[in-house]
Ligand binder design. Structure first.
Ligand code: BES
Ligand code: ZN
Length: 882
């Protein structure tokens, strides 16, 4: 790979494939060092391609070619050529033909975990985005859809279980040997990125689901033997997902069996291979004493996500990888809706916005900003981003808001009927929204094409005499790399006017625009909306439910915000009002600390929080979210330049301390009153109680470290489930008290045999908020339990450090940045995908104050200068430095 000339791929250059592959027969013999793959392909020239009479260029990587034949006749040396990326057949027949290709690959040598690899002795595959080319030569692109039939052969002792997509149609022993085979057939045409096969010593749990049309589907979860008892929650989650997709979208499962395999070595969270999802085992395995409430809800959401891909991704796939948000943004939207329906909608919305702000807003504000549908890339794996996923989901949600619930459902039905079995584009999807609603969405389409988080400013005025209330909305889309000039976007802004009695006022718009469910549609750069018959001054509640992914600045006073915090009928904006106050107070505290001036007591805010705590209507999880101050990242996003992460941390901690002191007795009472004594249940109400208990403990500890450490240690000792253990440790890790190391040691002694719990142990320590944290992380990298081969372990220690330890990572001497650069360089040689993801943690360095910014830039440059850098890391680092 010549890093100085990595090829950039552009959306505008899309052309259909020269050939179509209708059928694929694979014959695979598993062997750790040399797995043999014979592919039998039914190929024909593509009538829709001008290149159909030209050569056939197949993708292939890390393969050894053994034999190649066209229509059964072996090709001579001059009939084809190979490079390390391609196999070219110079003059393929101008009619349908068969192509036989035999190759060898090495699962054992595959440290990239893309293609066929070994995870803890289990053969497994990961083909999205471009891993299939590491299994055999192929047209490795999502618009080539083929029917697959796979025969796998292996030593019975090594791989007693053999799986692939679709239905098992044959299996048996091979007489006179210790070997056996299985043949799987998938009746649905699919792109090769959805191909999967697995082999190994696996146990399974089984259940079934009867679909709305009465078909009985077998459900199986495969895990390492001995872990069967940890699959119950995942199995329940599959059934809930299947039922929900039928009820919410009318979508039924289509094969006779649905399988999930849990593996411990996996680059991502999980993968939606047709009928055979492969999961990172941290998103499958759960028992009360091994998984936290967050783990339980992640498992539920990710199982749903991958299952929902069966329609949004698999039955309808993407024409090319630029259309990634067509499946990912839409499927995230669907899994968010699912979680909202099976849990609390208000809580889920707040959590999703927190994620968006933590991950997508910083991406959109820095050098790695890109549109929801990018127009170019060097390495597609770098575009599985928060922008494509989370902002992509917000864009779908905005269309639902604009169309209304029932028209949106019709539009989705239209999409499913019109494109079933095809590879589609974003244009196709939005056209369905437009056709079903009669609405013109051409301006709306800019959400897919313009990067950057739009800024919305709100000016309001009430005229007592004419009883009119005027809202003036102005939008600005910031400049992002490659996009200096932006056009106004079509923004649905949900609004309410809260009257002095705390109730929503009736809304009547002056002029032609009719108000549809209180959604203002901002299309121009600036627009004025006039409300009639407003007899008293209201407090405006803007962007309710976070109807658009924008940054709002308004002229609301602290008094207005406290009022919304107490009365807004929209729970999201109740929370949001608290966040805005919290952010203003943190910023004010920072100013005071810097000027060495005393910090005012946040009495009104603490009182408002206390009232929320006392609210009998609100659920516990909502209260816990109210108690969480805006994150350090939220504050940094607001400051936007010359950011001093240590000062933000100090300001936030100081405010927490003051609030903790002011609320001390109430928090103590909460902490005591929310203790659950019965057996653990992961249901949202119990989880909410625990979250509130942890939030209370965190504030108590901020108020008084010694007392906090004592309470947290008691919490830790009394813990009867993993949620409480981790909750207590999460508080202890913030404190420089002796209890911290004592508890960490006890935890490790207790759980050192469970790799998922050892991951948590590493992650906890990575979060210690001191500038010396880099040193601790460095020494933990030498710990016998650290493992450079395991993406989960690397993410637990180094990923957590770089994303969740702003003080440690941004140590003023640059030690955190140098640590990350060292890790990226080392990892780039074995697993470039994970290395590039870690390198993306530098994404906000340009907003830092000068000293840190220079240290970070130097660390980035040191990566870029290294010889033999992967395309993945090269792209992230070079774009960061631009
Ligand atoms: N299709 C992806 C998994 C994937 C991403 C494979 C990139 C290869 C390269 C899958 O559907 C997915 O999005 N997984 C997420 C979790 C999900 C709940 C958002 C993941 O793995 O992080
Ligand atoms: Zn996905």
């Amino acid at each position: 790979m010549n890093k100085n000339s990595p090829k950039t791929i552009h959306l505008k250059d899309y052309t259909p494939p020269s050939h179509v592959i209708d059928r694929v027969g694979l014959d695979v013999t598993f062997h750790a060092e040399e797995t043999a793959v014979s592919a039998h392909l039914a190929v024909r020239p593509n009538p829709d391609s001008p290149a159909s009479e030209g050569p056939l260029e197949l993708d292939g990587e890390s393969l050894r070619l053994v034999r190649i034949a066209v229509d059964g006749k072996e090709l001579a040396k001059g009939d084809y050529s190979t490079t390390d990326q391609k196999l070219t057949i110079h003059h393929p027949p101008a009619r349908p033909f068969t192509l036989d290709i035999s190759t060898l690959c090495s699962p054992k040598a595959n440290t990239e975990l893309s293609g066929l690899y070994l995870s803890n002795g289990i053969y497994c595959t990961q083909c999205e985005a471009e891993g299939f080319r590491r299994i055999t030569y192929f047209l490795d692109r999502p618009d080539v859809l083929a029917r697959f039939r796979v025969r796998i052969e292996a030593e019975k002792s090594e791989a007693p279980v053999l799986l692939a997509n679709g239905n098992l149609i044959d299996s048996g022993d091979i007489a006179g040997t210790g070997r056996h085979f299985a043949v799987w057939e998938d009746p649905f045409p699919k792109p090769c990125y959805l191909f999967a096969m697995v082999g190994g010593n696996l146990a399974f749990v089984e259940d079934s689901f009867t679909t709305m049309s009465g078909r009985k589907i077998a459900l199986r979860i495969y895990v390492e033997p001995g872990k069967e008892d940890r699959c119950g929650w995942a199995m329940e989650s599959i059934k809930k997902s299947m039922a929900w997709d039928e009820q919410a979208f009318g979508r039924e499962y289509d094969l006779d069996i649905f399988m999930i395999v849990a593996v411990s070595m996996f680059n991502m969270g999980a993968m939606e291979n047709k009928g055979l999802n492969v999961f990172n085992d941290k998103y499958v395995l759960a028992l009360p004493d091994s998984a936290t409430d967050t783990d339980y809800s992640n498992i539920e959401a990710i199982i749903a996500h991958e299952y929902f891909h069966n329609w949004t991704g698999n039955r309808i796939t993407c024409r090319d990888w630029f259309q990634l948000c067509l499946k990912e943004g839409l499927t995230v939207f669907r899994d968010q809706e699912f979680s909202s329906d099976v849990r609390s909608r208000a809580v889920k919305r707040i959590q999703d916005v927190r994620t968006l702000r933590a991950q997508q807003f910083p991406e959109d504000a820095g050098p790695l900003a890109h549109p929801v549908r990018p127009s170019s890339y060097i390495e597609i794996n770098n575009f599985y981003t928060a922008t494509v996923y989370e902002k992509g989901a917000e864009v779908v949600r905005m269309m639902k808001t604009l169309l209304g619930e029932s028209v949106f459902r019709k539009a989705m039905d239209l999409y499913f009927t019109r494109y079933d079995g095809q590879a589609a584009t974003i244009e196709d999807f939005v056209q369905c929204m437009s056709d079903a609603s009669g609405r013109n969405l051409s301006q709306f389409f800019r959400w897919y094409e313009q990067a950057g988080t739009p800024e919305l400013s709100v000016k309001s005025q009430w005229d007592k005499r004419s009883k009119t209330y005027v809202l003036k909305l102005t939008q600005r889309v910031p400049t992002t790399p490659g996009q200096p000039d932006k056009q106004p976007q079509h923004i649905p802004v949900a609004v309410g006017l809260v009257g002095p009695n705390g109730h929503d006022m009736a809304l009547e718009l002056d002029g032609e625009e009719l108000l549809h469910e209180s959604i203002l549609e901002l299309k121009a750069k600036s627009q004025t909306f006039r409300f009639k018959n407003i007899g008293s001054r209201p407090v405006p509640s803007i962007n309710r439910g976070f109807s658009a992914p924008v940054k709002v600045t308004s002229d609301l006073t602290q008094k207005d915000l406290l009022f919304l915090m107490a009365h807004d009928s929209d729970p999201f904006n109740r929370w949001e009002a608290g966040q805005i106050i919290g952010k203003r107070l943190i910023l004010d505290t920072m100013t005071k600390i810097k000027a060495r001036r005393p910090v005012a007591e946040p009495k009104a805010y603490a009182a408002a929080l206390s009232e929320t705590l006392a609210d009998r209507q609100a659920d516990a999880q909502f209260k816990a979210l109210m108690l969480n101050l805006p994150t350090e990242q939220d504050v940094a996003s607001d400051i936007a330049r010359n950011v001093d992460p240590q000062l933000i941390h100090n300001g936030r901690e100081r405010l927490k301390q003051r609030i903790g002191r002011l609320m001390h007795s109430r928090l103590m009472q909460r902490w005591n009153a929310t203790k659950i004594t019965g057996p653990y249940s992961p249901d949202p109400a119990s989880a909410g109680k625990r979250a509130l208990r942890h939030a209370s403990l965190a504030l108590l500890a901020a108020a008084d470290a010694k007392e906090g450490a004592r309470l947290a240690m008691r919490h830790f000792r009394d813990a009867r489930n993993m949620s409480d253990e981790i909750g207590a440790l999460g508080v202890l890790i913030q404190l420089e008290e002796p209890e911290r190391d004592e508890a960490l040691q006890q935890y490790l002694d207790r759980h050192e045999d469970d790799h998922l719990l050892v991951d948590k142990w590493f992650a906890l320590q990575a979060q210690m908020p001191t500038p010396e944290a880099a040193e601790r992380v460095r020494s933990l990298m030498k710990h016998p339990r650290f493992n450079w081969q395991s993406p989960n372990r690397i993410r637990s220690l180094i990923g957590t450090f770089a994303t969740f330890n702003s003080v440690g990572f941004n140590a003023p001497d640059g030690a955190g940045y140098r640590l990350l650069a060292d890790v990226v360089l080392r990892l780039d040689k074995s697993n470039p995908q994970v290395a590039a993801r870690l390198a993306a943690s530098f994404r906000s360095y340009k907003a830092l104050e000068g000293k840190r910014r220079r240290h970070a830039a130097n660390a980035l440059k040191s990566i870029l200068e290294a010889p033999g850098l992967s395309r993945d890391t090269y792209e992230i680092v070079s774009r960061s430095l631009q």
